[in-house]
Design a protein around this ligand. Sequence first.
Ligand code: 5MM
Length: 341
Amino acid sequence: MNLTELNRIATAMVAPGKGILAADESSGTIKKRFDAIGVESTEGNRRDYREMLFRSREAMSQCISGVILYDETIWQDAKDGTPLVKLIEQSGAIPGIKVDEGTQALPMCPGELVTVGLDKLAERLKKYYERGARFAKWRAVIDIGSGIPSMTAIGVNAHALARYAALCQAAQIVPIVEPEVLMDGDHDIDRCYEVTTRVLNKTFQELRVQRVALEGMVLKPNMAISGKKCAKQAPVEEVAEKTIRLLKACVPAAVPGIAFLSGGQSDEEATAHLNAMHKLGPLPWGLTFSYGRALQAAPQKAWSGKAENVAAGQSAFSHRARMNGLASKGEWQSSLEKKAA
Ligand code: 5MM
């Protein structure tokens, strides 16, 4: 393992002004997104949609440090025969790959999930590296509810995250470690804070036990935020203050960067929260976005599967990427959203 190189890539992934495009929706998830805009989820349509994003020159070269791909996409070529991975590289962004194989019910723990995909992972990583992937992603899902999460669910998911991260580093691939505490439910921000603290502490304990080099990874956490159905929604400043307090308590400064998931926040909320956190600096790690929905909802709507809408889709994507790029430096203002509208 070349740790200097892993650290160089991890640092580039969280460079100020840039963040990660999570375009790794599995077939089921992208079908749901396409259903919402009335587009059939065929291999061709999935390719055309992602090609549209990766050819958004301004966004990709100025605001996107890396793209997380799904297995199908990493092997696909653009319409003109250029591998999609090459389009990403040509824009200056780093190609990455989602390597988990989704979740399964966790036995003996009703309502809880464990992420799977460790079997043959070493072989898969080798092939992804040859294809150009320089980082990977594995997402664990922790739900908050009555009597959950259990320490069992937190423990097995942290163990799997660390096994994955160690395998990635051995294959010279930077692991994005994503333990997502879901924002579904009616819990308040303090319950989210408490559960996320337990999850991150256990995750870093496992990462250390399994000898993962913290300097060669990126953390992709949720923010400390109110559950979607909670009657009392914490304001932007409270989300920012509690998230930074929590991360400072749990994430060692050796970690080069933290890139948030959006988790169901609205586009503008996700941007405002990241921006507000940068007002609380200086911070010990790079802090940016790794959004899926909060970067793609607008371009998906603008595109709607029509070739004549490609420019509109790209402009919607560029706008969100630019807004989040500014937020990653604490330079975003809500007036910039209105100006664009
Ligand atoms: C893009 O969505 C990713 C893939 O999810 P599935 O495996 O369920 O299809 C997801 O892991 C995503 O990378 C993160 O959750 C961040 O996305 P959001 O939409 O929460 O920002």
